[in-house]
Structures are given as C-alpha cells and as structure tokens.
Design a protein around this ligand. Structure first.
Ligand SMILES: [Zn+2]
Length: 82
C-alpha cells in the first residue's frame, strides 16, 4: 500500500506540469506511457493506463482477455501442450 505523498509544482503557460521523478519511479510510469486524467471531487487524478502484459510486462502484440492484456509470447506459453 502506497502512502500519501505530496509536493508543489507550478503549472506552465501551456497547462503542463512535471510529475516528480520519485512518483513516476514509485508507480512505474515510464516515458511514453499513457495516463488517464480525470476530475474526482474537484481534484485532478492521473493514473497510468496499463498497456502491458500482465505476466511479463511486455507491450508486444497484446491481446485482451477478461479486461487484461496478455502478450503473444505468454499466450503461446499458456496454450502450449505440457
Ligand atoms: Zn507476456
């Protein structure tokens, strides 16, 4: 469970704000990741949109299964005869 942490950042003229590196590291947010941004109780909430395999973290040839993404290698491994 993550504990609450906060910091102050100034928003620029274009509406941009930098997400602190320590928060990105803690949450595994990498350059190029998509973030969902929405308003919740008058607060701006950002959350990483998962576009990675639930098993190996790859983002290669993903397929959806029950609202989760699985890469081709893991699908092949799961469906290979024992
Ligand atoms: Zn995988």
């Amino acid at each position: 469970m993550l504990t609450a942490m906060g910091t102050a950042r100034r928003i620029d003229a274009l509406g941009r704000v930098v997400v602190p590196v320590e928060m990105r590291r803690m949450l595994g947010i990498d350059e190029g990741d998509l973030l969902d941004i929405h308003v919740e109780d008058a607060r701006i909430v950002m959350a990483r949109i998962e576009h990675r395999c639930v098993f190996c973290n790859s983002n290669d040839e993903l397929r959806a299964y029950r609202d989760r993404l699985v890469c081709r290698n893991c699908v092949d491994a799961l469906t290979a005869p024992a």
